[in-house]
Design a protein around this ligand. Structure first.
Ligand SMILES: Nc1nc2c(ncn2[C@@H]2O[C@H](COP(=O)(O)OP(=O)(O)OP(=O)(O)O)[C@@H](O)[C@H]2O)c(=O)[nH]1
Ligand SMILES: [Mg+2]
Length: 215
């Protein structure tokens, strides 16, 4: 995702909020390289799994989707930071600033990516305050034969971070819709009555009791 596209999305989100779409949420996908951030986004937005998805030519449409949560329409707009940008701290911090909901991601086949989650969480907390709206997601659930991080470890980390936890597969679609729906529900719950939906409008909230959904 280019910085220009990120800016366009944030701006059009603000415009969309005031005009046609009653709700619009900016969701940042954070995590190490090659853990499946982009294919999860593509699975959710385009409802496809493309194994070696090349996002070089992605247009804005590949980053946003309107869907109903509890019978109310909303739009989610993704900030999809690739592994390299994770290392470019200033850029990453700007995008975190623009985000409202945060998906802290690791692959169940990569211990290293799991160990990196706390650092992502700290970056978000440093910028957004102590209790941002976060979710922990373990990707590549269909590759359980290569699993190196147990479900119990994911559950324990989610409990420590005070957020919900899902194990997902972009390949089969498992839990992808449920995770996004749940994140929107958390964003709605956290919205303070005085605020209007838009970048930076989600206030701090009490730590959520963690819930784990695997199935
Ligand atoms: N089987 C399977 N493969 C997956 C899944 N998620 C991602 N992959 C594969 O993992 C590889 C990396 O996926 P990407 O979505 O490009 O990873 P990324 O986190 O966006 O990587 P960067 O943009 O480099 O940070 C690709 O070959 C995907 O097909 C999954 O749920 N199941
Ligand atoms: Mg990517």
């Amino acid at each position: 995702m280019s910085p220009q596209m990120s800016e366009n999305l944030a701006t059009s989100s603000q415009a969309g909020t005031a005009a046609k779409m009653p709700e619009s949420w900016i969701i940042a996908l954070l995590g190490e390289g090659r853990i499946g951030k982009t294919v999860l986004r593509v699975r959710f937005v385009l409802q496809l799994f493309i194994e070696d998805y090349d996002d070089t030519y992605d247009t804005e449409t590949g980053y946003r989707r309107q869907f109903a949560v509890d019978d109310r329409m909303c739009e989610v707009i993704f900030i999809d930071l690739d592994g390299q940008f994770e290392e470019r701290a200033a850029l990453r911090d700007n995008w975190i600033r623009a985000g409202q909901g945060f998906v802290l991601m690791y692959s169940i086949t990569s211990r290293e990516s799991f160990d990196a989650v706390r650092a992502s969480c700290q970056s978000v907390q440093r910028i957004k305050g102590e209790n941002p709206i976060m979710m922990l997601v373990g990707t590549k659930y269909d590759k359980s034969f290569e699993r190196t991080v147990s479900t119990e470890e994911g559950v324990a980390l989610a409990k420590e971070l005070g957020c919900e936890f899902f194990e997902t597969s972009a390949k089969t679609g498992q839990n992808v819709e449920r995770a996004m729906k749940s994140l929107v529900q958390s964003l709605r719950e956290a919205r303070t009555p005085a605020s209007t939906p838009g970048p930076g409008s989600v206030g701090e909230r009490k730590k959520k009791k963690s819930r784990c959904i695997i199935l």
